[in-house]
Ligand binder design. Sequence first.
Ligand code: ADP
Ligand code: MG
Length: 711
Amino acid sequence: MSKAMETDIQYLPGVGPRRAALLRSELAVATVGDLVRLYPFRYIDRSTVQKIADIHPDQSYVQIVGTVLKVRLLAKNGAELPADKLKYNLVNRLSAIIGDDSGEMEVVFFKGVKYMHSRLIPGHTFLFFGKPQAFNGRVNMVHPEFDAPDNAQAGVLTGVYTSTEKLKNGGITGKLMCKLVASALDLVLPTLEETLPDYILKEKGLVPLSFALRQIHFPVDQNALAKATYRLKFEELFYLQLSLLKQKYIRSRNAVGLPMPRVGDAFNRCYRALPYDLTGAQKRVIKEIREDLKGGRQMNRLLQGDVGSGKTMVAVLSSLIAVANGYQACLMAPTEVLANQHFANISKYLAPTGVKAALLTGSTGVAARREIHAGLQDGSIGLIVGTHALIEDTVVFKALGLAIVDEQHRFGVDQRAKLWAKGAGGVAPHVLVMTATPIPRTLAMTLYGDLDVSVIDEMPPGRKPVQTLCVGENKRVAMYNFIRDEIARGRQAFIVYPLIFESEKLDYKNLELGYEEVVKQFPEPKYQVAIVHGRQTAEEKKFFMDAFAAGRANILVSTTVIEVGVDVPNASVMVIESAERFGLSQLHQLRGRVGRGAERSYCILMKGYKVSKESQKRLDLMCATEDGFQIAEEDMKMRGPGDLEGTQQSGLPISLNIASLARDGIILSDARGYAAHILDLDPALEKPGNAVLAAELRKDKYQQKDYSKIS
Ligand code: ADP
Ligand code: MG
């Protein structure tokens, strides 16, 4: 990198220590290079000037040429202050009426009133630029930028930079940002080094970096902006993929896998005893896994499948392959409730095979635990199901060959690493990670860039769609009546409350109040209501879960602890309280708890009084589709990939500067294909023409990409 790029931002003309501190804390801009790489998040077409009469409050930014008609200084209570013996400290705001030939509007300033007062002289005409809003039934603008009409237009397209209240208060306005960026470019561009090899620029038709940086900040026209944007997005995605693929290549060359050539009798016996046929997707995925286990390299596979798509069966059959080859398998679940349930299901499947399974969780007693430890060590236990208890140091396997992790995003990297270290003969076990959080393709390519991905994209037959509706408080009575009807038909209902870390105390309070209300509505002895939440002991949870699973309780009131995996086919109603507070993928997971039986099922989203536009969009989408992948795509578009569930929890940092995984899927695929092509020709990036690539990958940001390694 050039020296100029690394210059401390403080020394850029016009910055100084005070502003530098602000830029650092508010925008993470510490060097001149950081500023140059801080691109506008949108552009305003300043070639258009609008008429006042045409302006309405839902427009974003507008530009008008207006003449100042009247200026008033107002106190907090709205009283006008006399202009003659004025005390500025009494002034709350300045209100100016401006007009053009179409009409009049108000502009308001709360800050810098004295200065504004000196400039906004009645009779003078300015170009005003700001965001219109509705105020008392009219349109006005608060703190518009204004300038003399001729020197106001910097370019046709003006970049808008991220700003914060602190930046504005510190005098770092949009206009100043433009000035600073301009002088940063002047400093940097003369010695700028190109970050892509020439041949790539040619082959991909990309503009040079210096052009791209200049135009991304100060585009001469839309065409130049488009070229600059494309170059920068392509480069960003290309390097991300190049670094991921390079790791994958290195690993696949180095990682030996435990050989598992046999399928075995147990597999066949289990398969033949199944009460149903596997779906085509299940069969395909099992074949993919078999191929991996057979080959000499370590399997590292992500299995995606919507809730209820039948991942457990895939896990069981894969485990039996491991056992047939003299190895053991483990299945790790994120919660005790889930581990219990997996164990119960799996035991059924294993009955005809003679393979011994065991359950190890935090509540396993001392004696039982000792026995299990012994069984794992002497190899008599073929498949162990459990929670985090599995990764304790005291758990030693005779020959762990396959590690399966359900709902991987609940495990930290360290915990996974501990499990992998338990592999037979010090060789990492094959790894199968199962997730029901559908991840959009573009995101999977990036997060799991060095993983193989299998998808179960087909549901077992006979599933009825879940009817979803979203209602407000005025439908609460109807909702309770509906549950009564369903219970009268012998069905059961979930009622789920949000539980968010930041508002945990209040949320528990709401859960408690909700539970009391439900018990009042559904009194004993006619009804039984169970409750499950994170503050209960494992025994309490198990007691209530069992009661609900066995049909002894009609209703289960809970927090999202039931989100993942709980299987009660007789439940036909899922009520989600304060549904607007849940994320899309969470809502989708919860809804997946019903619709598992043969009967028609319902998901009722109860919404509060105040629902933001964004939240309403989520609720609408839930009502419109049951397709988990579509929901995931939309979720990503609405929230951006960094916030997607499954990425945050696993601590997978995605910090793209300009490209968007949600919107730039096509560029991403192209960049990935191209990166693979380059690595095919020069796997170690040793050719002189690729020196720039190798140098770029040595930078810190690509060194930290280990997150994508699941094993
Ligand atoms: P997931 O873990 O993917 O959410 P499960 O493995 O718990 O789904 O399966 C959901 C339900 O579907 C279980 O009751 C299981 O027995 C059943 N099931 C799985 N595969 C099939 C199939 N091919 N045909 C019919 N039912 C199936
Ligand atoms: Mg499951």
